[in-house]
Write a protein of this length. Structure first.
Length: 54
């Protein structure tokens, strides 16, 4: 995660934009993580059951 934020930070030329672009990249990654894993973390989804083989 740090590498992607650092990448966006270094791409910008203006100092105040550097921090904003790195923050935006981190928030985007966090938003995607929460969207994909929130129900499991809240306990709404259980571990998948393994099928018994005959």
């Amino acid at each position: 995660m740090r590498n992607s934020c650092q990448q966006y930070f270094e791409q910008e030329t203006v100092t105040y934009r550097k921090e904003n672009s790195a923050r935006k990249a981190a928030n985007t990654r966090l938003r995607i993580f929460v969207k994909n894993h929130a129900s499991y973390l809240d306990g709404y989804v259980s571990e998948p059951q393994q099928l018994k083989r005959a």
